[in-house]
Structure formats: structure tokens, C-alpha cells
Design a protein around this ligand. Structure first.
Ligand code: GBH
Length: 449
């Protein structure tokens, strides 16, 4: 009825997969029970994490996973996307496997299965073992091989109960923020010299897919960040800058994965020997393609934008400059809330990739807001689910949607000051408290049944 905010969502397909997402470094804690990762070292460097915190304890999910699985079950979602910490499984990133580390994921997967929740592990969500990084990390080609060996170790232990896999999370962010701009671990500022890091992650993905299939795994995907890029104006210089940003964010990973080639100009910059063979491996068919969506980006010609954007310093040498998007509400992070851009993105992917595009799953979507009565998050999720439904109605094949995130957690360079959870975490007591958005989503999903 008019005046109530409880208008039901449109109906989604009966077999649509609903889920929530997290990642290991952001929630697990128990840092004393794993090898060190690039994020431990980055965090220990003063000034890198803005509130000076570490993820040593985080949400202490390592010890509290039973309570967290109960929260997932009670929410009524069918799936849980978590990540496996490489240094918990292989403390030095190669060779020696930690059985105690694997035991944790074994227990977690059992707990999920008992709760009727599908485990959806991501094998890499940015926490490279520090020993590997010190030997060159993703700048080195053989890290891709190490990654595939680690994937095989994980599959051998939990593969019998895992129906759906994700290789990498957002290699674009890990390349750009972690290696080109140095705003994330491992903190390199290599600008365009970071391109091999992109290629080696893609190669790691391809080799891991091969290793997973050899271990009998099925339903394999990847989680890539995507978002519409809007030119700041019709000026050709702004359009050119926006096209370049679009290439870096939306095509640098998707083109090799889905089309088996790099966008024009990139292969020349890469200069990798054996590129054709690599691309063949990288473009081996995926069962589904994961999209992490947060917001559109407005981009103009270089030298025309702010020096700092969303807390990230923008080097003047970049051939583009991000610009503010005005006229929309903003999250606590300052990101504009533009649900219709989600529809735009979802309509665009099949236009770009045609029948090379596998079925989609939204592997992350969410927002940062403080407080337990988080009506802004309710509005964000409601708006984005309606936008997603519009894309479904237009024929885009989307099979699932995962909210980022189940819990408030360690938000990388922001520390704990951005809260993305459906569930509030008190970082002194580690007490979990479901927010208004949790109750809203539970009711919205119940109404779908
Ligand atoms: C994801 O990355 C990560 O996978 C996850 O670990 C993280 O916690 C979560 O999102 C929330 O941050 O300056 O307005 O253009 C997010 C990818 C890239 C999305 C940068 C926002 C910049 C916003 N992000 N992008 S803006």
C-alpha cells in the first residue's frame, strides 16, 4: 500500500542463487595460525592502513565460524562465498602444506553443508604469501604455477563438497591498486610496468582452472570488477580518456578470458614470450562469469581531475583523470549510488561478448554505511536488485547475486572505518548484531519462496 516501504521485490527465477560474500584476510583473524601475507607486511608499514589497524584478529571468524554460518543459514541464502587464505594452506606459498590450515576449511565446508548452504570458495583474494612476494610475487611468471599447485591442494581436501569455484578476485584492483598505484599490498608503484602482474594472474587463473578440472571440479568462474565508465563530456579528449579507463577496468581481464586476446595495444606493451599459448590457456571455457559491481566511474582527460580520488592519490602521468559524479546519494566511502548503472553494465556485457559470455553471477554488490538501522543499505540493495531484475527481464542470463558483505570487516587500506556488513561487528567484544538490512533481506528472500 502507498506509504509503506515494504513493496516486495519483483520475482526472480526459482533457481536463482542468493548468497553473501566475505574474504579470508578481511574476517578470519588467527594470524598466528598461518603464514604471513603481503597484507600483513603492508599493514605493518606505518601510514599504509589509514586507521592504523591490522587484520590480526579482524572478526575472529576462524574461531567463530559456527556462529557466522548460523547467521548465513538464518538469513535464508543458499550460498556463501568465502576465500581460502593461501598462506594458511601453504605458509610459504610453495611446498609444505599446513594440515591445520586445511582443517579449518574442512570444518567450515562441513558446517556449511550441514546448514544447507552451498560453499563457494575463492582461491585468491589478494593475500599472497609474503615469502612468494619477496621472491617476486605476481611480477614473476612462476607464481602462476605455484598458484595452480596450491589450487590442486585445496581441491584435493575440500573438492568433494564444493560444487562451485572461483579462481581469482578482482585481478584488476590487485594490479591497479596493489602494483600500479601502491595503495594496496604489496604497495608497488609501477604504473604501466605493472602489466605483467595482470598477465601472470590471468595465467594463474588458466593454470588453476586446468588443475581444478583435473581434480574433478566443476562450475568454475572468476570474480572480476566491472562498472560503466562515463566520459566527463563529449570532448574527444575526455572520450579518449574514458575509453582507456574502460579498457583497464572492463576489458583488460575480460577480453583475454572471454575472447582469447588482449585489447589493442596491450599485447605490445606486455611483450610476454609465448603469449599465444598463454592466451589459449587463459581463455579455456568458464562455466560462469562473476561480476563485482559497486559504482560507475566518470572519467576525463588527464590533468583535469582532482589529485586525490576516493582516498587514492592519482599520479599525473596517468592518461585519464577520475571525476566526481554529482547528483546521486553517496555511501560513507563517498561512492555514488547509481542503481541504473548496474542495468547498463549488465546489458553491455552480452553486447560486448555475445555468445562468448557464459552465464553471469553477481559475486559482489554492496555499500559502506554506519549504524544498525541501516536504511540506506536497504535502499541500496533494493535499488540494485530491481536494476538486476530489469536486466533479467531484458534477457541477460544472470544466475545469482551475492551481497558484499555478511559481516563488517577489515576494509583494506581503510581499516575498520568502512562497514559493509549486513551484520554489525563490535571490534572490542566481537559480538555480531544483525542490522536492519539483514532483516530486510531475510524477509525479501522469504517473499520469493
Ligand atoms: C571489492 O573491491 C573487494 O573485492 C572487497 O574485498 C572489498 O572489501 C569490497 O569491494 C569493498 O571495497 O573511487 O568512486 O571510482 C572493490 C573494488 C574498486 C570498488 C574501486 C570501488 C572505486 C570507487 N572497488 N572503486 S570510485
Amino acid at each position: 500500500s502507498p506509504g509503506t516501504s515494504s513493496t516486495a521485490l519483483p520475482r526472480f527465477p526459482g533457481d536463482f542463487l542468493w548468497g553473501v560474500s566475505t574474504s579470508a584476510h578481511q574476517i578470519e583473524g588467527a594470524a598466528d595460525r598461518r603464514g604471513r601475507s603481503v597484507w600483513d607486511a603492508f599493514t605493518a608499514t606505518p601510514g599504509r592502513v589509514k586507521d592504523g589497524t591490522t587484520a590480526d584478529v579482524a572478526c575472529d571468524h576462524y574461531h567463530r565460524y559456527r556462529e557466522d554460518v548460523a547467521l548465513i543459514r538464518d538469513l535464508g541464502v543458499g550460498a556463501y562465498r568465502f576465500s581460502v587464505s593461501w598462506p594458511r594452506v601453504q605458509p610459504t606459498g610453495a611446498g609444505q602444506v599446513s594440515e591445520r590450515g586445511l582443517d579449518f576449511y574442512d570444518r567450515l565446508v562441513d558446517e556449511l553443508c550441514a546448514a544447507g548452504v552451498r560453499p563457494v570458495p575463492t582461491l585468491f583474494h589478494w593475500d599472497t604469501p609474503l615469502v612468494l612476494e619477496e621472491a617476486g610475487g605476481w611480477r614473476r611468471r612462476d607464481t602462476a604455477e605455484r598458484f595452480a599447485q596450491y589450487a590442486a591442494v585445496v581441491a584435493a581436501r575440500i573438492g568433494d563438497r564444493v560444487p562451485t569455484w572461483i579462481t581469482l578476485n578482482e585481478p584488476a584492483e590487485h594490479t591497479l591498486l596493489g602494483h600500479a598505484l601502491g595503495e594496496h599490498a604489496p604497495g608497488h608503484r609501477m604504473l604501466f610496468d605493472a602489466l605483467p602482474v595482470a598477465h601472470h594472474q590471468l595465467l594463474g587463473h588458466g593454470l588453476a582452472v586446468q588443475a581444478l578440472r583435473a581434480a574433478g571440479a566443476d562450475h568454475i568462474g572468476i570474480a572480476n570488477s566491472h562498472g560503466p565508465t562515463w566520459p566527463a563530456s563529449d570532448d574527444p579528449a575526455d572520450r579518449e580518456a574514458a575509453d582507456f579507463y574502460d579498457l583497464l577496468l572492463n576489458r583488460l581481464f575480460a577480453d583475454p578470458l572471454l575472447l582469447g586476446r588482449y585489447p589493442d595495444g596491450i599485447a605490445e606493451l606486455l611483450d610476454a614470450p609465448g603469449l599465444d599459448a598463454d592466451l589459449k590457456l587463459i581463455s579455456a571455457p568458464l562455466d560462469w562469469y562473476g561480476v563485482n559491481y559497486y559504482q560507475p566511474t566518470r572519467v576525463g582527460a588527464p590533468g583535469t581531475g582532482p589529485q586525490e580520488f576516493s582516498g587514492v592519490a592519482i599520479p599525473p602521468e596517468l592518461p585519464f583523470a577520475p571525476r566526481e559524479i554529482d547528483g546521486y546519494p553517496r555511501t560513507d566511502f563517498g561512492w555514488p549510488v547509481v542503481p541504473e548503472a548496474f542495468t547498463e553494465l549488465l546489458l553491455d556485457l552480452p553486447r560486448r561478448y555475445g555468445d562468448r559470455l557464459p552465464p553471469l553471477m553477481i559475486t559482489e554488490n554492496g555499500c559502506s554505511y554506519d549504524g544498525l538501522d541501516d536504511q540506506e543499505r536497504v535502499a541500496f540493495l533494493d535499488g540494485h536488485l530491481r536494476s538486476l531484475h530489469r536486466a533479467l527481464a531484458a534477457g541477460v542470463d544472470v544466475r545469482g547475486y551475492f551481497v558484499w558483505s555478511l559481516l563488517d570487516n577489515f576494509e583494506w587500506a581503510e581499516g575498520y572505518r568502512q562497514r559493509f556488513g549486513l551484520v554489525h561487528v563490535d571490534y572490542d567484544t566481537l559480538e555480531r548484531t544483525p542490522k536492519a538490512s539483514y532483516a530486510w533481506l531475510r524477509e525479501a528472500l522469504r517473499a520469493q519462496r
